[in-house]
Design a protein around this ligand. Sequence first.
Ligand SMILES: Nc1nc2c(ncn2[C@@H]2O[C@H](COP(=O)(O)OP(=O)(O)OP(=O)(O)O)[C@@H](O)[C@H]2O)c(=O)[nH]1
Length: 386
Amino acid sequence: MKLALIGFGQAGGKIVDEFLAYDEAIDGGFVETAIAVNSATTDLHGLERIPKRNRVLIGQARVKGHGVGADNELGAEVTEEDISEVQGAIDRIPIHEIDAFLIVAGMGGGTGSGGAPVLATHLKRIYTQPVFGLGVLPATDEGGIYTLNAARSFQTFVREVDNLLVFDNEVWRDAGETVAGGYDRINKEIVERFGLLFAAGEVHHDDHVAESVVDSSEIINTLEGGVSTIGYARETVDNADDGLLSTFRETETFDEGTATNRMTSLVRKATLGRLTLPCDVASADRGLVVSTGPPEHLNRKGVERGRQWLEDETGSMEIRGGDYPRPNQDEVGAIVLLSGVTDVPRIDQLQQVAIEAQDTTEMVQARAEEDLTSLVDTGGELDALF
Ligand SMILES: Nc1nc2c(ncn2[C@@H]2O[C@H](COP(=O)(O)OP(=O)(O)OP(=O)(O)O)[C@@H](O)[C@H]2O)c(=O)[nH]1
C-alpha cells in the first residue's frame, strides 16, 4: 500500500523518519512521500531521513520557531493559519500514486495534537484518497496537560480521519529506561507493526500465489472507520535457502502439521498479547490477519484456522486474511489488525479526565470571577473616598 506519510510535531516527525528507515531495510516500498510539519525549528533539524525540502515550519509569525509549548489550541491555530505552507509540500506528492495519507502525531503535546486533526480535515476536503491517522497516546505520568491534550485531540482526530490507528506509550514503556532511549525502542516497535501491515499490501501478485496475498484494498476496507489496534507475534524458523528447502520438502507431511499449528497459535498470540492499544477483542467490528515469512512457511490451513478463530473471538463476519510472503527470512509472524474497536479502557479513562478537567476549569473560572468581584468590591468604601 503506497502512503504519503506526514509526521506532525516532534513525535510524528521522528516516527515518520523511522518508517523511512524501516521501509528501506525491508525493501517494503510502502512510503511514497514523507513530510514533516512542526512549529519548532530544532525538531525539524533533528530529523535524519525526511528530505529537507519536505520539512515544513509553521507558526513562525506567532512562535518564532520555538514550538507551541504543549498548547494544542495554539497548535491548531497556527496550522490553520499556515495550511498553505503545508499544502506546498503536499503539492509535490505524486497524488495518483498513493493509496492513502497517513498523518502521524503524538497526541499529548501541542503541535501534533492540535495540528493533525486540522490537516486531516483539510486533506479530506481536497483529495479522494482515505486519510488515516496514527495517534500516539502519552504515558500516564507525563502530567495532566498531556492527558488533557490527548483527550481533546483524540475526539477531534477520530472524527476527522477515516480511521485512527492508535499506539499507547503507557503500555509500551519499560521501567528504568531513559526517556530518549525508551522512545527509540518504542518507535521501532511502532514502525515494525504498522510498517509490516502497510508493506503487506505492496507485494506484487505475480511474484507469488496471487489469491492469498493481501492487497491494499483489503487493508483499506478493514480500516473503514473508527479506531484500530494491532497485535503481532513471531517465531524463528529454519531459513528457507535452497538446501533447507529440500529438507523441508522431504519432511513435508510432518512440517505441514507443525506449520499449521504454528500459524494458528501465532494468530492467537498476536491477538491476545500486547496490542498497540489494549482493548476488548470482542468489541472489534472488523479484522485482518496477515501471515508473514518465507512463502513455504505460510501455511494456508493455519492462516484460515487463525482467521476463523478470530471470527469466533470477535463475533464479526468481516475478518479478512492473507499473506505477506518474505523470502529468505528466518521468522514467521502474524499481524492482526482489529478495527472499529469500541471497548477500550484507556480511551474511557482519557474521556473521564477530559470531563473532570472541563468541570474543574469551569469551577476555577467561576471562583476566579467571584474572587475578582470581591476584590474590587470594597462595600462602597472606595466610592465614598471619591
Ligand atoms: N512513541 C513516541 N512518543 C513520543 C516521542 N516523542 C514524544 N512522544 C509523545 O508525544 C507526545 C507529544 O510530544 P511532542 O511530539 O514532542 O509534541 P509536539 O507535537 O511537537 O508539540 P509541542 O512540543 O508542544 O510543540 C508526548 O507527550 C509523548 O507522549 C517519540 O519519539 N516516540
